[in-house]
Design a protein around this ligand. Structure first.
Ligand SMILES: *[C@@H]1O[C@H](CO)[C@@H](O)[C@H](O)[C@H]1NC(C)=O
Ligand SMILES: *[C@@H]1O[C@H](CO)[C@@H](O)[C@H](O)[C@H]1NC(C)=O
Ligand SMILES: *[C@@H]1O[C@H](CO)[C@@H](O)[C@H](O)[C@H]1NC(C)=O
Length: 426
């Protein structure tokens, strides 16, 4: 009897807590009203893999040129990337000529992009994809090409005229917080005034953090996604530091994410050189939990079948793209295990269990079901499917039960919990 009433009190507390969450969701900040990024943007972005390679003489296959983007566009369609949702083919820094043209407009480097961006956009659109481009709020881009300061309206119009669908707006060479904040806001309004639907990807909070805490309510009103932390690189240290930054700041950043506006932990580096298999699984699983834009930076011409399967895993993509649009968070950290969870539509939950250990073998970890999903995920029972590292149906679990999982060092087990009361309805 006694146990029972404690149980009920726990249920009530948990229900109230989730009600509070729902109310908070309703009151959450307004998103940029351009109708875009209702789920996190998916696509490909050149930076991490191809950087600022200008040497088309000696490295024609990896320099930043229209040929690179046309090849990627073809592969995005022929190799099934588009079918699973990767839609935006995005150019980063180093596409420009060193000077603006005679009418002050930005122009693509004529040797590397002989057809110009308009031509490339047409090609990309003919494949059913969308084209992203890059510019900078300050006087120069990070690599030293012309910045947009003083030219926001002209540049927004130029991109719209070319048929661009996404703008990544960097924050290098900007001499004051005032210029930075006003510039990011102004460009958002300038893009809107063109009348073209253009996803607006910002780095505004990242450049603010050294000086003061960003106001995410404001940022969400102007940007479709925003970078908070340093660039990803092709290393486990980099992935770990991004996850650590995110969990450390989760109180401030998780609730602000939702349809139309997302925290951007930067590109997926799966399929490159620096991550082991388990570490690639960790990046894919946690980027899904974080409701992160899925922008791959890799070479689609040379990618292992295993990395391709991971990046094209429909179950994991479905978690990332879940229409409820709530970002997940780190639930707890104990010893060398972290548990993350994310609420999904239809009362489902995603749970990721990370093994932080970098020594030894697989780690066994027992999870009490009631500790997951604010106590309601498996009330009264649920069906659990392991999605990563391999798909396995684990079966039905009662609210009061527990289950044991096994996670490789630096790896992650990703689970999906479906409430049985929803399964019965269907
Ligand atoms: C511009 O903003 C208005 C008001 O927020 C919105 O209704 C409209 O759809 C936006 N247009 C574009 C192209 O984003
Ligand atoms: C750009 O350079 C001009 C001239 O030096 C300066 O007045 C202006 O504040 C700079 N803008 C930014 C955003 O750094
Ligand atoms: C953040 O900006 C919003 C309006 O965009 C404002 O209402 C709110 O007071 C600001 N928050 C802080 C802490 O300054």
């Amino acid at each position: 009897m006694k146990l029972r009433s404690t149980d009920q009190r726990l249920v009530c507390t948990l229900m109230l807590r989730s009600l509070a969450l729902v109310l908070y969701g309703v009151l959450a900040a307004r998103a940029l009203n351009n109708g875009l990024a209702k789920t996190p943007t998916m696509g490909w972005l050149h930076w991490e893999r191809f950087m600022c390679n200008l040497n088309c003489q000696e490295e024609p296959d990896s320099c930043i040129s229209e040929q690179l983007f046309m090849q990627m566009a073809e592969l995005m369609v022929s190799d099934g990337w588009k079918d699973v949702g990767y839609e935006y083919l995005c150019i980063d820094d180093c596409w420009m000529a060193p000077q603006r043209d005679s009418e002050d407009r930005l122009q693509a480097d004529p040797q590397r992009f002989p057809g110009g961006i308009r031509h490339l956009a047409n090609y990309v659109h003919s494949k059913g994809l969308k084209l992203g481009i890059y510019a900078d709020v300050g006087n120069k881009t990070c690599a030293g090409f012309p910045g947009s300061f003083g030219h926001y309206d002209l540049d927004a119009q130029t991109f719209a005229d070319w048929g661009v669908d996404l703008l990544k707006f960097d924050g290098c060479y900007c001499d004051s917080i005032k210029h930075l904040e006003n510039g990011y806001k102004y460009m958002s309004l300038a893009l809107n005034r063109t009348g073209r639907s253009i996803v607006y990807s910002c780095e505004w909070p990242f450049y603010l953090w050294p000086f003061h805490k960003p106001n995410y309510t404001t940022i969400r009103q102007y940007c479709n996604h925003w970078r908070n932390f340093v660039d990803v690189s092709d290393s486990w240290e980099s992935i770990k530091s991004i996850l650590d930054w995110t969990s450390f700041h989760q109180e401030k950043i998780v609730d602000v994410a939702g349809p139309g506006g997302w925290n951007d932990p930067d590109m997926l580096v799966i399929g490159n050189f620096g991550l082991s298999w388990d570490q690639q699984v960790t990046q894919m699983a946690l980027w899904a939990i974080m409701a992160a834009p899925l922008l791959m930076s890799n070479d689609l011409r040379q990618i292992s079948p295993q990395a391709k399967d991971l990046l094209q895993n429909k179950d994991v993509i479905a978690i990332n793209q879940d229409p409820l649009g709530k970002q997940g968070y780190r639930l707890r950290k104990e010893d060398n295990i972290e548990v993350w969870e994310r609420p999904l539509s239809n009362l489902a939950w995603a749970v990721a269990v990370r093994n932080l250990q970098e020594i030894g073998g697989p780690h066994f970890y027992t999870i009490t079901i009631v500790s997951l999903g604010r106590g309601v995920a498996c009330n009264p029972s649920c069906f659990i499917t392991q999605l990563l590292p391999v798909k396995r149906e684990l079966g039905f679990y009662e609210w009061t039960s527990s289950f044991k999982t096994q996670i490789n060092p630096t790896g992650t087990v990703l689970l999906r919990l479906e409430a049985t009361r929803m399964l019965q309805k269907n």
